[in-house]
Design a protein around this ligand. Structure first.
Ligand code: S3P
Length: 172
């Protein structure tokens, strides 16, 4: 079976879903943000503030390239992984992409108070969220399945994905 790769905007629940999914499938769970922090030896918000977004994206690309070559993984990615088409291409080699979406209001409620998410730490976060959603839409749409996580619990999202895995809808 291919890796399961969770993509989607910040606050859509990729990490929480990924951890449970990995447990149920007997796969290892990896989060590209964690690997970036290990590589950089600092927190993501520090990478952004010290070196800027482009440096972060280069680290992200390196980490994505590395995990894309491994098997039996559930991979949770950062919300901006789709800004580099090369990442999508790499992740698809060994993996099936699942995109979690949520309404901007839900995203705002889940992320606004989080100091660790530099891209929404600004005066008008809602405006920024909407802009980024538009910019990234094409990337997110390249997933094999898209699940609206706005009104679903983590367990419900996991069940939906597992249903598709067991029906082998996600193997191709
Ligand atoms: C980002 C999302 C974050 C993290 C970084 C940039 C983005 O990950 O990679 O702050 O560009 O949307 P989460 O989606 O896990 O919050």
């Amino acid at each position: 079976m291919k890796n399961i790769v969770l993509i989607g905007f910040m606050g859509t629940g990729k990490t929480a879903v990924g951890k449970i999914l990995a447990e149920k499938l007997g796969f290892k769970f990896v989060d590209t943000d964690d690997l970036i922090e290990e590589e950089a030896k600092m927190a993501i918000y520090e990478v952004f503030s010290k070196y800027g977004e482009e440096y972060f994206r280069e680290l992200e690309k390196k980490v994505v390239d590395r995990v894309s070559k491994l098997k039996n993984l559930v991979i949770a990615t950062g919300g901006g992984v789709v800004v580099k088409q090369e990442n999508i291409k790499n992740l698809k080699k060994n993996g099936v992409l699942i995109c979690l979406t949520a309404e901007p209001e839900v995203i705002l409620a889940r992320t606004a108070k989080d100091a660790h998410r530099p891209l929404v730490k600004m005066a008008d976060p809602m405006k920024r969220i909407k802009e980024l959603l538009v910019e990234r839409e094409r990337g997110y749409r390249q997933a094999s399945i898209i699940i609206d996580a706005s009104k679903l619990s983590t367990e419900e999202i996991v069940s939906k994905i597992l249903e598709k895995v067991y029906r082998r809808e996600l193997n191709g």
